[in-house]
Write a new protein. Structure first.
Length: 318
């Protein structure tokens, strides 16, 4: 099935639409310009939900939207469905039911500035936005059947030995510290894929939270650290990582202003940031599709942060 055939499910919404491919992350996506000029994103859903299925995600999105957060809630098809051509709209973690190989969702296109720049004000705004999201997720009334995220054993445990020696030589001196910092942190429902591409920013404001199809239970500070890991990786690849390091404490202060952290959680931000990069490197090597270039990006970020680790920890210390 191609994207034009899939769009027929929303014919009364988009009319004679124009479709343009967008940069994909895992699954193809397209920008759709409707006959009346309105714009959406057509997303080819993963065959296996990464955490929750479309029904549970939809309920959480409606809850967040009712609370005033800018989220991309799916547009219902002409037949009254959340997604088109899906074999299964829910998620049963025991039976592992797939969504299907040819399922699509239509989402509103939210404004976003792709350029990376750093300032204390923007860092505080983004941190506060992530904190606001997590505060609402902590109070979410809907039952969510997803996985549990425990970064220390998940990333630094048995699978750690499979990582290349060049990476382990950087992390080994800090491994015990990381494990201790990430143990017994307060947990809650989290975004689970809170990266720089899924927190949208436009004109200095957070304008969208997208791709909430993971929703694991895990450390409360997980989303902030994972966002910072992805942003730092992008700055190292094509930006100014030193400028981000200079405002790192403002990201944490912003989060703390809307979803207060304990001193121990604040102290865990940088350890979890580094651990997230190690997990990213592992996924690039051993995930569904090998990504050697992604591994190298993570390795470069790990090299950068381990050489400045104590300074960064001190910068965000309570």
């Amino acid at each position: 099935m191609d994207e034009y055939a899939a769009l027929e499910a929303w014919k009364s919404v988009v009319g004679a639409a124009r479709v343009e491919p967008m940069d994909r992350v895992h699954n193809p996506i397209w920008k759709v310009t409707g006959e009346d000029g309105r714009q959406w994103v057509l997303k080819h859903l993963p065959e296996w939900p990464p955490g929750v299925g479309p029904v549970e995600e939809y309920r959480v999105l409606c809850y967040l939207q009712a609370g005033g957060l800018p989220v991309a809630t799916p547009v219902i098809t002409d037949d009254g469905l959340i997604a088109y051509n899906a074999d299964n709209l829910g998620t049963d973690p025991n039976e592992k039911q797939p969504t299907g190989p040819h399922a699509y969702a239509l989402l509103p296109l939210l404004p976003n500035d792709p350029e990376l720049h750093e300032s204390p004000e923007l860092a505080h705004t983004i941190g506060a936005g992530i904190g606001q999201l997590d505060r609402m997720l902590a109070e979410c009334p809907w039952h969510v059947t997803s996985h549990t995220d425990d970064p220390a054993p998940d990333i630094l445990g048995d699978g750690y030995a499979k990582l290349p020696p060049e990476l382990r030589s950087l992390v080994d001196p800090l491994r015990d510290q990381l494990w201790a910092a990430l143990t017994d942190l307060p947990t809650q429902l989290t975004h689970g894929d809170c990266n720089v591409g899924n927190i949208l920013v436009h004109n200095g404001e957070v304008t969208g939270y997208i791709d909430l199809d993971h929703l694991p239970h895990g450390p409360r500070v997980r989303d902030l650290s994972y966002y910072l890991a992805s942003r730092l990786q992008n700055q190292i690849t094509d930006g100014d990582p030193d400028a981000m390091a200079a405002v790192l404490r403002h990201y944490v202060a912003g989060y703390h202003s809307t979803h207060p952290l304990t001193e121990r959680e604040q102290a865990a931000v940088v350890p979890l940031l580094l651990t997230a990069l190690v997990g990213g490197a592992d996924w690039c090597l051993h995930g569904w599709v090998p990504d050697p270039a992604g591994y190298q990006r993570n390795l470069r970020a790990i090299e950068w942060i381990t050489s400045r680790y104590d300074h960064l920890v001190s910068a965000v210390a309570p």
